[in-house]
Ligand binder design. Sequence first.
Ligand SMILES: *Cc1c(COP(=O)(O)O)cnc(C)c1O
Length: 410
Amino acid sequence: MARVNEHYLKLKAGYLFPEIGRRVKAFAAANPSAKVIRLGIGDVTRPLPPAVLSAFHDAVAELGNEKTFMGYGPEQGYDFLIDTVIRKSYGPLGVTLSPAEVFISDGSKCDTANILDIFALENRVAIGDPVYPVYNDTNVMIGRSGPADERGYYAGIVYLPCTEANGFFPAFPEEKVDIVYLCSPNNPTGAVATRGQLKGWVDYALANDAVILFDAAYEAFITEGGYPRSIYEVEGARKCAIEFRSFSKTAGFTGVRCALTVVPEGVTAKTPSGETVPLNRLWNRRQTTKFNGVSYPVQKAAAAVYSDEGWRQTKEIVDYYMGNARVIREGLTSAGLTVYGGVNAPYIWLKTPGGISSWDFFDKLLTECHVVGTPGSGFGPAGEGFFRLSAFGNRENVAEAVERIRKNLK
Ligand SMILES: *Cc1c(COP(=O)(O)O)cnc(C)c1O
């Protein structure tokens, strides 16, 4: 008889977004005339920049011509895109990468999940709390944890609370860990790590032979100077960090699908007998065996993000979202709320007023303001008492939602 991967059965049913959907649906059915504004989603809303769209179209047309038709491409991605990323995105940061260190993929969600293929199950893994749920759930799926306790903490995984007290940046765990996920700018807290904070973790990793999995999906949203956009801006990171980047939030590719993962040649891990193996070799083997590359038109579209025109247009969209973030942040601050994030990230992380629970605040916003957000407790127990609003909406809706909340809180 075929047997299931029983680790999947340890997962608590995807609870957060279905539960939000259920409550919004029930409210809308009972109040058909209410105009509900959704600031809960982590998805972009602006269309592709014109220069990107045009490159996309041109590449599709090439596929319709026998002379320019393309079949399978390199599993690691086309050189034209890898070279563009290295030159245009990493170059200005003073980071030099070789083409063999960059792997183009169809998303950071899958890469942050698939990277677990190349690590032994015995590794001790640390993740933040609150956290992007993919890091936690994929470790459970692959069999690295025991069952969940009543808080939603899985046995065997080390959780690092990110709280007001520590500026939403994880402190080093008491026990030694082998792998740690860091996400900056952060989803859901909107916090951005300083160079010093990242340097602390790089030093920790070097001292403990640990690997950092650094998720930089929101690097394009850093608006203030001085914050690292890549962990490789920190000395020593090329020996201990794997970095994930995505075109999803940067350039509206959530539906188009393109991302990249950097595995520097110097990042290694040990075999059971103590030999050192470069992780780049294993990831290359994994990708060439289990993945057949991102489609040619998508990679052409992604490369166009870094053309002069493409970048100007992309930047305008990022600025638009960050304008929304400012409207939310300033509006809610002036209404007396304590608000974090929204300066170098498209997420606002607010403290619920009067210490009410995240879900009670959700219900209050929905029923009294007709605004939908995301309860912080859905991202982990340390998110209790917080609430996430996204800046990815349209400006009028964002402004109206903020106005409704302000009036309600007066
Ligand atoms: C949106 C997001 C990503 C990007 O995922 P893709 O699969 O590239 O769309 C990665 N990490 C975090 C934390 C995100 O919020």
